[in-house]
Design a protein around this ligand. Structure first.
Ligand code: ADP
Ligand code: CP
Length: 321
């Protein structure tokens, strides 16, 4: 079988569960790496991307706590770059250790990746991307009295989270470099945290206050490197219709047309499953010969062996719903 080029986007649970310490996140990523090396074992070329919502929010809090005129807090674009560095460092070490255990000699390298957004994107006026920890209503009131510009949303009954603008990615500045790395047999970690959000001003790239959705950024990267598959790993093995109801039914093989109908029927929650489904549709629309897959990290072995998971194709396929 010829080697496929696969972009894998890691969801939050692959990095941070409840313990936000560096050690706990490194342990989680070591577990994650055990699953990811399966692609290498079967001869695929891998590009890894990851989220940063909890980490970048926590970092902003640390920045604010230590903010002095001599040692000022860093802006959001720089904080995103910092999380690309820290998570990339943990992940490249975890992958290297797992590969070494298997006797596979391969380099893993993190690329600080800038993702271009449109400065006129209406998303700048309406923050939607949750970052950092969960708060109670009382905590939100206290935070907003000191920071009236901060906005919060209630997140699926779990509490309130700060939200920041999340414009759509339109280009990945380092896509060519990432492609050269993967073509040279190196495993790149790229577009972490959705990429550092930048706006093009003539010949300059200027960072902006935003956190790009990592599923959309991973899609754009997958498109630009000509990937065969975009695999979005999250906490569920499949995408479901009638999710969390007695009528819940998993989607296995599904076409763009059918998914569009499920979106129109309101089947996917905004801010969680909807962006993943939209990213999957965008990928196979741009690369009709490619496939997008949404499944869980723990189902990855099953997916590789039997194809179990939600597999999205541009063409009409036999659907189970
Ligand atoms: N129709 C649906 N099918 C499956 N999962 C859904 C659906 N609607 C909402 N979800 C929820 O979306 C979650 C994935 O979104 P999220 O937790 O934001 O992803 P990430 O893994 O990138 O952090 C799933 O774990 C599930 O709880
Ligand atoms: N940037 C981003 O989408 O991060 P999360 O997936 O962690 O929310």
């Amino acid at each position: 079988m010829t080697a496929r080029k696969i972009v894998v986007a890691l969801g939050g649970n692959a990095i941070l569960a409840s313990d936000a310490s560096a050690q706990a996140q490194q342990r989680a990523l070591r577990e994650t790496a055990k699953y990811l090396v399966k692609f290498i074992q079967q001869g695929d070329s891998l590009i890894i991307s990851h989220g940063n919502g909890p980490q970048v929010g926590n970092l902003l809090l640390q920045q604010a706590a230590g903010n002095t005129p001599d040692n000022p807090a860093m802006p959001l674009d720089t904080a995103v770059a910092m999380t690309q560095g820290s998570i990339g460092y943990w992940l490249q070490n975890a992958m290297a250790a797992e590969l070494a255990d298997l006797g596979i000699e391969m380099d893993v390298a993190t690329v600080v990746t800038q993702v271009v957004v449109d400065e006129n994107d209406p998303a700048f006026d309406t923050p939607t991307k949750p970052i950092g920890p969960f708060y109670t209503q009382k905590e939100v009131t206290d935070i907003q009295s000191a920071n009236p510009e901060f906005q919060f949303v209630e997140d699926a009954g779990r509490g309130y989270r700060r939200v920041v603008p999340s414009p759509r990615p339109i280009g990945v500045v380092e896509a060519g470099a990432v492609n050269q790395l993967v073509n040279a047999g190196i495993i790149p970690i790229a577009a972490g945290g959705g990429g550092v959000p930048v706006i093009r001003h003539d010949h300059e790239l200027v960072g902006c206050e935003a956190v790009i959705d990592k599923d959309f950024a991973s899609e754009k990267l997958a498109e630009r490197v000509g990937a065969d598959q975009l695999i979005i790993l999250t906490a569920v093995d499949h995408v479901y219709v009638n999710f969390n109801t007695p009528e819940q039914q998993q989607l296995t093989a599904v076409s763009v047309d059918d998914l569009q109908q499920h979106i129109a029927d309101g089947q996917f929650a905004a801010g969680s499953m909807l962006p993943k489904v939209e990213a999957a549709i965008e990928f196979v629309t741009h690369r009709p010969e490619g496939q997008a897959v949404i499944t869980s990290l723990t189902n990855l072995g099953q997916f590789i062996e039997t194809g179990s998971g939600t597999v999205i194709s541009a063409v009409n396929v036999e659907t189970n719903v």
